[in-house]
Design a protein around this ligand. Structure first.
Ligand SMILES: C[S@@+](CC[C@H](N)C(=O)[O-])C[C@H]1O[C@@H](n2cnc3c(N)ncnc32)[C@H](O)[C@@H]1O
Length: 195
């Protein structure tokens, strides 16, 4: 049976300040960007335009319809660096160890907490990030009402930091990006050399 995932079909892209967000991510040409729970992929398109054809954007979701929309848009815009992948982000990600410069999840972490698998996703993010890479989490501010999920599902910056820090990530930067959302970036855990 198909896995039912919360949040399917919803996008936060129109609510945020994209210029501020991508400035904070400082994407370099030819880098690798992974968009976890990409939806119809507006962030993935923006990232693909910025990193250019020598880079790679892996946009991952279980929502097939969203990925079809994204694939069509990528072809229309001539973005061969953009790859739409149907996969469960609560399972092993189809990416090599230390292959990723930016691992990005916009308004997805609260869904993963609801699905009970945020820890698994963060373990995978830690595995695929390069030592100098960043994890970037966008979430809704914790207020009552729309837009976004109910207040008890929304995650405060402290909650996000607690969930993510439990996997050895350390906070880099906090930024408000528009009236409803914030971005927190993290450095990946430092790999211990036991050799
Ligand atoms: C609220 S939407 C956000 C979409 C997009 N990141 C944005 O902000 O525009 C959450 C997305 O996460 C996806 N999602 C949730 N759980 C998932 C899982 N376990 N595996 C893959 N995708 C998942 C949903 O299908 C949905 O597209």
């Amino acid at each position: 049976m198909e896995k039912q995932v919360p949040g399917t079909g919803k996008s936060s892209f129109d609510l945020i300040d994209a210029r501020e967000l991508f400035e904070r991510l400082s994407l370099e040409k030819a880098s690798t960007f992974v968009d976890l729970g990409c939806g119809r992929g507006e962030y993935a398109i923006e990232a693909a335009l910025r990193i250019g054809e020598r880079g790679a954007v892996y946009a991952i979701d279980l929502w097939e319809e969203g990925l079809v929309i994204l694939g069509t848009e990528g072809e229309f815009r001539g973005l061969p660096q953009l790859k739409a992948i149907i996969a469960d982000i609560c399972a092993a990600l189809p990416l090599q160890d230390q292959s990723t410069d930016v691992c990005f999840a916009a308004t997805v972490l609260h869904d993963l907490v609801r699905e009970g698998c945020a820890d698994r996703t963060l373990e995978e993010a830690s595995r695929i990030l390069r030592p100098q890479g960043i994890l970037a989490i966008v979430e809704f501010k914790k207020f009552d009402g729309h837009p976004g999920p109910p207040i008890d599902v929304k995650l405060s910056p402290d909650q996000v930091e607690q969930i993510v820090a439990a996997h050895g990530f350390t906070r880099k930067e906090f930024t408000e990006i528009g009236p409803y959302n914030y971005l927190i970036t993290f450095h990946p855990p430092v790999a211990l050399n036991n050799g």
